[in-house]
Write a protein that binds this ligand. Structure first.
Ligand code: RUB
Length: 274
């Protein structure tokens, strides 16, 4: 199998995981093969990933020149780590769900800044991306407690801040992230806990301005139950829309802003994103 096909397979199977890693991989694939078919294939791999689509749109006219620029953008967006780290204070319990490289960057930066905090994370069924989170953060010396997903209410009751990643932001400021995210944000609100979404701003989907409804990827039922009995339908949705009212701020390389202001800032910074 050639390298292009290998990247496509790894994106589709979630071996390459997280919206930004998926977009970076798509840019690299386009630098290997760039024709209409390649573009079509890449944008169809994960339907809830505007960052991938935006990156492909940006790069496709001239991958040799624009590909490195897109990859540089992803590096530069690490600026958000510092903005996010400012929200983490000594003795805090931070809650997170799934595995987001943006959230990981924020927590690592907070640790680097000398803040003493601990992390509560979920397992994140069915693919257990929470284990990746737990491994990564415990390996830098931050105490980590993993909760089963259904224990999140109890975990959030004791948490001081909730950080979530992001797969898409719509024109109304809705954030789309791993399924469970809105449920956890509602619980956080009940306990007066701030909810921050950490994201590269290229996850904004400009097509939602024209009434496009961001689709939610439904994944293979086998991820949940390999040989389920006949008559049992498995609803394995990967993501969930989060009401902007539940989000204290979206933290990106542009700064931290409430959802509606975030969208204005993205349009100002990247006019080609509409
Ligand atoms: C991952 C997920 C992450 C976002 C953001 O879901 O929901 O929070 O993709 O990740 P999946 P990042 O594992 O199904 O792709 O901050 O790394 O872009």
């Amino acid at each position: 199998m050639d390298k292009f096909e290998q990247i496509c397979r790894d994106i589709k199977s979630v071996k390459i995981q997280g919206a930004e890693a998926v977009a970076e991989a798509a840019v690299k694939a386009l630098m290997i093969r760039n024709d209409n078919k390649a573009v079509e294939k890449l944008v169809s791999l994960r339907v809830t990933e505007p960052c991938l689509r935006n990156a492909v749109e940006f790069v496709k006219k001239d991958p040799a020149t624009l590909g490195p620029q897109a990859l540089q953008h992803f590096k530069d967006s690490d600026r958000l780590f510092e903005y996010g780290a400012k929200k983490v204070e000594d003795d805090m319990i931070v809650f997170t769900h799934c595995h987001s490289s943006a959230v990981m960057g924020v927590l690592k930066k907070a640790k680097e800044n000398g803040v003493k905090f601990q992390l509560y994370c979920t397992e994140t069924r069915p693919l257990f991306q929470g284990r990746k989170t737990a491994k990564e953060i415990s390996s830098i010396g931050v105490p980590v407690t993993m909760w089963v997903d259904s224990g999140a209410r109890m975990a959030l009751r004791d948490s001081d801040v909730f950080f979530m990643g992001c797969d898409a932001v719509t024109s109304e400021g809705k954030v789309i992230n791993k399924i469970g995210s809105e449920m956890f944000a509602e619980i956080a609100e009940k306990y007066d806990t701030d909810t921050y979404c950490c994201t590269d701003s290229w996850k904004y989907d400009p097509l939602t301005v024209f009434g496009k409804r961001e689709p939610i990827e439904r994944r293979d039922s086998k991820e949940v139950w390999d040989k389920s009995p006949k008559g049992v339908d498995i609803m394995n949705l990967a993501f969930e829309r989060v009401d902007p009212k539940l989000i204290t701020a979206i933290i990106s390389e542009l700064g931290d802003f409430p959802p509606s202001v975030f969208i204005q800032e993205v349009r100002k910074a990247y006019p080609w994103l509409g």
